[in-house]
Design a protein around this ligand. Structure first.
Ligand code: SMG
Ligand code: MG
Length: 368
C-alpha cells in the first residue's frame, strides 16, 4: 500500500487528566501514550497512537511493552518494507499501521474519512463517566455533561457501585440515553443482580463478564432485557462474528486498537451492518492523534449510537493537537484534511514528551 518510511520516531507523552478516571480495574490520573511518527523520504509525516496505557490492566498490552515491540520488531520490519510476524499486540500494531496509512493518505491528499467511506461530517458524542465515591458528585457531573449537550452518558460500574448510582442518575435524568460499563467485573452467577438493571431503561450493559466468556455472555443476554454490548471480548472480526451469531451481544463497541487496525475495523463494521446489530465507537482516553482516527471511524454508516468520542476538554487542559471541540448540540466535526487531519503541535509534544527514539533502516551488512 505504501512505500517504506525513511525513519520512524517513537514518542511517549504524559498528559494530566482533568479528572481522575476510576474503572473497575483501577484509577487513572494521567494519560500516557506512545505515539508513532512515520517520516517519508519526501519529508511528509504520518502519525499514529497506541491505545495502551502505562499498565496492562485493560488488556495485556502496556506502553513499555508496546515501545519495545515497535522499536525492535514492528518498525525494523516496516523499514524493510515488510510486515513483522507478530501475534497479538493489536494496539502497538495499530499505532504503526495508522502512522503509515496517515503518511500514505497525506501523499494522496485523501482524508481518513474518505478512505473509510465515512458518510457524516459530524458525529454524535457520548461521555464515559468514571466511578465516583459519592452519588451527589456523580449526579453533579452528569448534570454538567447533560448541559454540555452530550448525546449519551455512560457510567462505569463495579460490584458495590452499580444499581444505586445508576438508579439515581436514571431518576434525575429520565430521558437521557444512559448505559453502563463493567469492564468484566461480574461473574455469571451475578445474572439475577444484573437483571435488576432492566428496570432502568439502559441503552446497553457493556462487558459485564470476563472477556473470554462468549457463551456465558450469550446466556446472560438471554436472561435479561437490556442489550449486552461487548468491548474487551471483541479482538478480531472472527470473534465479533461469533459473538453476534451466538447472541452474546446485541451491541458492538468498536475500538480500532483493540481489533488490530483500520483494516480489521472495516471488516467488523461491514459484518456488524450485515447482521443488523447496534454499534458505536469506543475510546481509550486518546490524545488528539488517536481521537482523529476514532472520529473518522465513527463517520461510517454502521455507527448507529453515540460513542465514547468526547471533545479534548473532557480529558485535557491542552491536547497535543488542535483540540476536538463539541458543539452545544452534542456533535463534533470529522477532520477533513488529508490523512487523520491533525498533527501534534511541536511545542506541546516537547513539553509532554517522556522519551523519544528514532529508528532508522539498519546499515547494509558488509558483503550483502
Ligand atoms: O476515551 O472517553 C474515553 C474513555 C472511554 O470508558 C472508556 N474506555 O472500557 O470502554 C472502556 C474504557 C477503557 C479505558 S479505561 C482507562
Ligand atoms: Mg468498555
Amino acid at each position: 500500500m505504501t512505500a517504506s518510511p525513511a525513519a520512524v520516531e517513537l514518542v511517549e507523552v504524559r498528559l494530566p487528566l482533568v479528572r481522575a478516571f476510576r474503572t473497575s480495574f483501577g484509577t487513572q490520573l494521567d494519560k500516557e501514550a506512545v505515539l508513532v511518527r512515520a517520516i517519508g523520504e519526501d519529508g511528509l509525516e504520518g502519525w499514529g497512537e497506541c491505545a495502551s496505557a502505562g499498565t496492562p490492566a485493560y488488556s495485556e498490552e502496556w506502553n513499555d511493552g508496546a515501545w519495545l515491540l515497535l522499536r525492535d520488531h514492528l518498525i525494523p520490519a516496516a523499514l524493510r518494507g515488510k510486515a513483522a510476524s507478530v501475534k497479538g499486540h493489536h494496539m502497538a500494531r495499530t499505532a504503526l499501521e495508522v502512522a503509515l496509512l496517515d503518511l500514505h493518505l497525506r501523499r494522496e491528499g485523501v482524508s481518513l474519512r474518505e478512505h473509510l467511506g465515512g458518510v457524516r461530517d459530524r458525529i454524535e458524542c457520548g461521555v464515559s463517566v468514571g466511578i465516583e465515591e459519592r452519588t451527589d458528585e456523580l449526579l453533579e457531573m452528569v448534570a454538567r455533561h447533560v448541559d454540555e449537550g452530550y448525546r449519551r452518558i455512560k457510567l462505569k460500574i463495579e460490584p458495590g457501585a452499580d444499581l444505586e448510582p445508576t438508579r439515581a442518575v436514571r431518576e434525575a435524568f429520565p430521558d437521557t440515553p444512559l448505559s453502563v460499563d463493567a469492564n468484566a467485573a461480574y461473574r455469571p452467577e451475578d445474572a439475577d443482580h444484573l437483571a435488576e438493571l432492566d428496570a432502568l431503561d439502559l441503552d446497553y450493559l457493556e462487558q459485564p463478564l470476563a472477556r473470554d466468556r462468549l457463551l456465558a455472555h450469550a446466556d446472560l443476554q438471554r436472561s435479561m432485557r437490556t442489550p449486552v454490548c461487548l468491548d474487551e471480548t471483541l479482538t478480531s472480526p472472527a470473534v465479533t462474528e461469533e459473538a453476534v451469531r451466538l447472541g452474546a451481544c446485541r451491541v458492538v463497541n468498536l475500538k480500532v486498537g483493540r481489533v488490530g487496525g483500520v483494516a480489521a475495523a472495516r471488516r467488523i463494521h461491514d459484518l456488524v451492518v450485515e447482521h443488523g446489530v447496534g454499534m458505536w465507537c469506543g475510546g481509550m482516553l486518546e490524545t488528539g492523534v488517536g481521537r482523529a482516527v476514532n472520529v473518522a471511524l465513527a463517520s461510517m454508516p454502521g455507527f448507529t449510537m453515540p460513542g465514547d468520542t468526547s471533545p479534548s476538554s473532557r480529558y485535557f487542559e491542552r491536547d497535543i493537537t488542535e483540540p476536538f471541540v463539541m458543539d452545544a448540540d452534542g456533535t463534533m466535526a470529522v477532520p477533513d484534511g488529508p490523512g487523520i487531519g491533525v498533527t501534534p503541535i511541536p511545542e506541546v509534544l516537547a513539553e509532554t514528551a517522556l522519551r523519544r527514539e528514532t529508528v532508522r533502516p539498519a546499515a547494509p551488512r558488509r558483503g550483502a
